[in-house]
Structure formats: C-alpha cells, structure tokens
Design a protein around this ligand. Sequence first.
Ligand code: PMP
Length: 415
Amino acid sequence: MSDVFTEVESAVRSYSRSWPATFVRASGAKQWAEDGTEYIDFFSGAGALNYGHNDPAVIEPLIAYLQSGAVLHSLDMQTPAKREFLETFSELILKPRSLDYKVMFPGPTGTNTVEAALKLARKATGRQHILSFTNAFHGMTLGSLSVTGNAMKRRGAGIPLTHTSRLPYDGYLASGQSDFEWLENVLEDSGSGVDKPAAIIVETVQGEGGLRAASAEWLRTLESLCRRHEILLIVDDVQAGCGRTGSFFSFEEAGITPDIVCLSKSISGSGLPLALTLFRPELDLWEPGEHNGTFRGNNPAFVTGTAALKAYWADPTFQNFMGGTIAHLQRRLDEIIGMVDGASQRGRGLLAGVKFADPNLAQAVAAESFRNGLLVETSGSEDEVLKIMPPLTISTQDLDAGCDILAAAVREVTS
Ligand code: PMP
C-alpha cells in the first residue's frame, strides 16, 4: 500500500479519503501509485473507461491528431473529427440496430445529456412533470438532481426541487406490475389531480443506486405504458450503456426503443469528456440557441470515440469476448456470495454488484481490497452494495487477480 500519500491543502475532500494514494500511471485494467504499488481496476473511472486505460488503439489516433495541428475546440462547428465520429456512430451502432435517432452534443458530461433530455421532453410535449424512480441517479445539476432519487444528494441543493415525483423501482425484486397498474389508474383518473408527465426517465441498471437491474419484462411494461399515454420514455444509459451490460445499449435485451437516450462516460473511449443525447427525428425541435454550451465540440474526444467504436464495435468477436468475461465474473461472484450468509447478486453484465445483509460490509471489503491492490467502489444509498465494474477489455488473468483479492478481503472482514 502507498505510504507517501499527502492531500494537497487546497483540495476539497474527495475519493482520496478512501483511496489514499497518488496515481501516476495506468494501462489496461491496472493503475500504479507513486510508490510503485500496482492496483487492479474494478472501478473503470466510474464507468468512463470501458476499454481500459491508455488503450493504444484509442490513444495513438489521439496523439496523431494532436500533432497534426487540427482544430481542438470547435463548439458546434463542423470538423472532420466530428463528421467521422457521427458517421462511425451511425454505421456501427445505430444502423445495425435499426435505430433512427438524431444525435446531439449537449455539453461535456452525463448531467448535460440528462438536462437536455428533460428540457426536450418538456418542450416537445408542452408538459412540465417528469417521473423518475426511487434510488435513481441522473446527475448533480439541478434538473438532473430533481429526478435523482437519493435524499442525501438532493439535500446538497438545499432547495425544494419541483416538477418531478419518484416512483418505486423494484424491477429486480418483482415484476413491478402493481406499481404500473397504480400509475395507469392515476393517469386515467381525470379527478386524480396528477398532471400527465412529459416523460419518464429510467436507468435499466441503477449504477449509483445499488445496482438494481430492471427485468426485461418490467422495461417492456414501462414502454407500453408510456406509448399508451403518449409519455416520452428516456433511458439514461450514461453508466449502463457503451457495452457495460454486454450489448452496446443496455435496453437492447428488453427490445424496447426509448424516445430519448442519454450517453456519456465511455462514449469517448478514453476518459475525455463527451456526451450524446439521441432522440427520435420528430423530436428535433430546438430553435437555434435554445440549448447550447461552450464545450460541445471536443475534437480530441471525437477522435478517441471514433477509434474506440472502430476497435471494438466493428469487431464481431468483441461481444462474444465480453460474454465470456461476464460468465467468468459470474462464476467468481457466485463463490464470493457463497462465502457470506445473506449475500446476494445485483446488477447485470459487467455492472455487477454484491449486496451483503450487513450494510457496513461492502465498505469494509472495499477498504480491505484497496490495501491489497484492488480499486473497487460501493453503491447504494448507504453504500451497502459492492460495485464491480472492471474494463470490458480485462483479461481473464487480471479479472481472476482482482476476484482473488476480493475473496480474500471478504474472508478477512468476516472472520
Ligand atoms: N446518469 C447516470 C446514470 C450516471 O451514472 C451519472 C454519473 N454517475 C450521470 C448521469 C451523471 O454523469 P456526470 O457525472 O458525467 O455528470
């Protein structure tokens, strides 16, 4: 473990409270601290590094671009880097899935794409209300926070947040039919006083909210309710998208087609900030200047995003490779879950979680894992779920090394 860590005095408190090390180098699924300690990465930059650190297939085109004297920052002007990203995204992602979406760059981060989605839904429907789910996480700016179902995060805003309400989210535990029946009744009852919402926003797996995964059936029920009531369906795929669950979009398995999709995190392939809002062509309603922002034209991020799409999503073997990794992780997690009474599996694909009966255990396991060379986070309103999110490209050897550390940490903290 690193013993040379000191906080910079001016820095605000951050993750370094739980990971006291200064990281100097990274490659693939590994990171090294200043004192040479090696860490396996089951964190992947909070989901922004699905292809691992410094993948040469992504970094080499970036170096060439930087050395070429091309435009770095271009707002919404056209550049070859932007054009190539859009063409590649269309060819490799949208067309093979028969998805007809317009692509917008709403600003640099996940919360920007959520804000754009909420605004667009309100503009398109002329309604104000947005429904979201308990334990949802959609970002930290006011609009995104207003649909985030986490009291601690909302408290930080210090003001009542209006125009949203939250629904129970129990797709993992049950089919959720009764919640939808209840909602249907409320929407159909003209005397209920409930405004028809502009949109319902949902994560198919709640990344920050405890790795709860909605079933395909629950998502299909949600989609048909939205269609029946002409409510727009927004899928926030900021964390669960870009391959995390085993397919490019996390909603593919359920066979649903959201009206609006939010992407960010790993869409740049490199950890550079980039966000996309995808929407049905009929929703292309913005007037010039109605949604803009300075950092919409991050050309280095377009270059790495294009390179990652070409390196992985043009490769027909990639999805099989991920399937193998998911199955292997599942076997290893089954072993770990079997070690602790009352432990259960959460999540889907490589957005996996382990929930312990004792809510303090996940944090204890994460801290012990760090001491033994593994970066792993916790999730949930009480950090009660261990969140296992390795790069999609991780080798079996590194995956096993990380799982060995996890298993030893579980043994240590439960002995
Ligand atoms: N939506 C989801 C589902 C997320 O997981 C996150 C980030 N954890 C966001 C939105 C916000 O993204 P950002 O932190 O880049 O603003």
